[in-house]
Design a protein. Sequence first.
Length: 360
Amino acid sequence: MPARLALLDSRPALSDLDGTTLEHWAETNGQPRYRARQLYSALHRRYVQSLDEVTELPVALRSALVQDYRVRTLETRVHLRSSDRSEKVLFGLADGQTVETVLIRGRNAGGTRRNTVCVSSQVGCPAGCTFCATGLSGFGRNLTGSEIADQVIYFAHQLALEGDRVTNVVYMGMGEPLLNVGAVSASVERLTDAKGINLGRRSITISTVGIVPQLRRFSEWAGQTNLAVSLHAPNDELRSRLVPYNRHFPIADLIAAVRDYTDETRRRVSFEYVLLHGVNDSMEIGRGLVALLKPFGGYAHVNLIPWNPFRDGHFVRSEGPDADAFAGLLRAGGLRATIRYSRGLDISAACGQLRERRSG
């Protein structure tokens, strides 16, 4: 029997239960309904990680609950803190598999604090992007809505101890969110619940490599949630080498779907572009990117991301003057472009790196 099966915890997680289910639990167990409301508030507004923190419940009731339930769907395996104050956690799931989550601390343009949690939506990733540690690690399974939301709740709890809070969530960790729409949608509903963490939808960004059928329905379930598209190349030949899913949904189809989205919603889309030296950062390719995205006008913003090396990666990071020159070409062509250097390099904070390091 594989060793990881010894880690299985068959108890259901309290964080899986919605308010109605908790009320049913209270009635079934001879408890007043307000106990269910107390527990729901403790889980989703106070972000408790242990029943010991739910002091409003009688000790006997907490002892009974712990026999039948886990509190959260995740357990902390590794928690690392970077010199730049970003943090990364490797979480264990009930089936012994692992996922990563990152907290990125920063400041908004006005100087206010910005605490962004980057969540995973799958164990591994089926997209197989050749520059990504997660993509090369293969696919395990979809996460549930609670497993996604609990990643945010963990850091909400940590920040609350500092008198701070989560301000933004990005679905840019392990996995392709639009291949797990049901759980991603459920997690967004949980995170925006006014009785819980109460994030605004405009504080949440969902990234995709371009699963066109789901992208065309994005506004139906995501509403005011922000959209980011992982582009990485302006032509099919190069993009198919970097993003194998391009063979299923080529650039023309992807751009048409995004254009329909911007026409319908009048909302800006971020295009993510990992900079790979000598691969996708030439002036010729930059001019192709300008031609592709300029028709979007102000509805397109390009995030240029110097590649983060990992153990089995075979690319070279494009940064410094090379990145500046590429960004300058895009801006001169009329595009909005920002170079976004990743945080937490000293703690393997880029997608899939800590999990890869721990399995090596």
